[in-house]
Design a protein around this ligand. Sequence first.
Ligand SMILES: [Fe+2]
Length: 299
Amino acid sequence: MARTKAATNGARTNGLQHEDVGNIISLEHVNVTHPDQLLATLFYIVGMGFTRDPYMNVGLNNMWANLGEQQFHLPTRDPQAIPGHIGIVVPDLEALARRLASVKDQLAHTRFDYSVEDGYVAATCPWGNHFRCYAPHPRFGEILIGLPYVELLAPPGTAAGIARFYRQVLMAPTSVKHDAQGTAAAVRIGTYQWLSFRETDEKLPPYAGHHIAIYVANFSKPYNFMKTHGLIMEEVINHQFRFKDIVAPDSGEHLLTLEHEVRNLYHRMYRRHMVNRNPDQSQMSYNPGHDALIPVGAR
Ligand SMILES: [Fe+2]
């Protein structure tokens, strides 16, 4: 018994907690709809430099855009804009700015915009989704291109409850930070991804219907909570279920709406290989053998 206790204490104090990950293994895609695949191609593929998935949804009713091990899912419907912004890592910010400049005129009649800021390139898609694009950095692990985080705006006073929801229901490590920009909850995902919920005083638009897809190691416990609280949006099918209400886990008070596609590790797309191209290739400066982009690795 004493030995067990000592071993437990050792686990708490051995300094290895930073090597642990929580129950949400990865954030795989963000789904936002929009009405025009030609404009989406100009922004996501030509401007941002992502790769149209060559295998899935290659028609006009949807496009999957690969960036590293993540994707945007872009079905053709009325436009959706996420209140907040999406964090992106790209290999080269100067090359990104050049690509965005190259599509500026063709997207001039839309909400498209971009600017070079201190430490990142800000970009806005033709329908108002905001992106902050960073160069590779140790805080993103060894990701050269990918989607490390989504920051969602949330009503005042909700960050602590949102953190409790993800900690207790999804079993993810969370924290609440108060800084010069205000209060935000952070939810850790796998090794180098996270969700951020930043409180704002500004009036938030009605929930637009956008969604995120996550993979979880323990599937049954989050499902049980949703089921017993009447929060299942779509029942289990194909190793996934959906919910959209983030609630205070104790009182059930509704805090924020965000559809989650919750997949378990038996989902057949878990660890699917995403094709990534090197967007710097051109006929004038073609580099033989460098068409593919390896999204993770040493710089
Ligand atoms: Fe999805």
